[in-house]
Design a protein around this ligand. Structure first.
Ligand SMILES: Nc1ncnc2c1ncn2[C@@H]1O[C@H](COP(=O)(O)OP(=O)(O)O)[C@@H](O)[C@H]1O
Ligand SMILES: [Mg+2]
Length: 267
């Protein structure tokens, strides 16, 4: 059964989509089966994974609103093991349509339930908002990755996000964990970048991933070719950084799994 992880931060441009695509690709290259669900009406994860938005006929929108079967709309990317449920601009309207639906916070969870047995990891690329669709993703997820850009005001807005996570943990999803804070767009030459790393590490300590994603032009070029960095330029720093992140996540989750197993054996 797959582990469901949401990539969320209501701030735009911090690296959510870049991280979602490249983490999904890296996990797949490491032999995991990964499903990326694009939960942003801008559909950047869909186009960046190599799919022509004009050709997307059925998207996550229809799964939410019309109860479409998600297994029927899964797209296979160029990388074996990396699949996608696409988004569509229509998703903008979904929030309003969802308002009057029963169990409106659990709609994505129900979608995920139909697909997660086929995958090792299910990732959500969230939109830059804390609206109902993001709440749905956080309700469906077991954990959340929070990308933090090494820029001015990096910590700004994190309080609000953590507060939302807290509220969800109290009601909709008691088991939601923070998988980690991910520092993105790091530039070693800039004092500011180093200050942000120090500040975030001081604040969130062990919750910060050891892997730091550097600023790398290949990461910003790759989406216009519809490719994850690992296909666009496998030796690029960006591709290597995300492969290391995937390894770190696999290692941590393997350790937790073994610990849980020990606990069960002790009983
Ligand atoms: N590590 C990086 N190095 C260089 N450019 C990056 C990096 N991460 C993201 N970008 C670029 O920054 C912009 C915002 O990133 P994106 O992943 O779309 O953020 P979000 O999904 O949080 O809005 C995009 O143009 C993307 O290509
Ligand atoms: Mg995005």
């Amino acid at each position: 059964m797959g582990k469901v992880i949401a990539l969320a931060n209501q701030k735009g441009g911090v690296g959510k989509t870049t991280s979602a695509i490249n983490l999904a690709a890296s996990l797949a290259v490491l032999d995991k089966k990964v499903l990326l669900i694009d939960a942003d009406p801008q559909a950047n994860a869909t186009s960046g994974s190599g799919f022509d938005l004009k050709k997307v006929q059925t998207s996550i929108y229809e799964c939410l609103i019309d109860d479409a079967d998600p297994t029927k709309i899964i797209l296979n990317s160029e990388i074996k093991g990396f699949d996608l449920i696409p988004s569509h601009i229509d998703l903008v309207g979904a929030e309003i349509e969802m308002l009057n639906m029963p169990e409106r916070e659990y709609l994505l969870k129900n979608v995920v339930a139909k697909v997660k047995d086929d995958y090792d990891y299910v990732l959500f690329d969230c939109s830059p908002s804390l609206g109902l669709i993001t709440v749905n993703a956080l309700t469906a997820a077991e954990s959340v990755i929070i990308p933090v850009q090494c820029e001015y005001f990096a910590l700004e807005g994190l309080g609000k996000l953590l507060n939302t996570i807290n509220i969800i943990q109290k009601g909709l999803n008691k088991d939601l964990e923070i998988e980690g804070f991910l520092l993105t767009m790091y530039d070693a030459r800039l004092r500011l970048s180093n200050q942000v790393v120090e500040e975030v590490q001081k604040h969130f300590q062990k919750m910060v991933f050891e892997t730091i994603i550097q600023r790398n032009i290949k990461l910003s070029e790759a989406p216009s070719f519809g490719k994850p960095a690992i296909l666009y330029d496998a030796d690029s720093r960006g591709a290597v950084n995300y492969l290391n992140l995937a390894r770190e996540i696999l290692q941590r989750n393997e350790e937790t799994r073994l610990k849980q197993k020990d606990k069960v054996m002790d009983k």
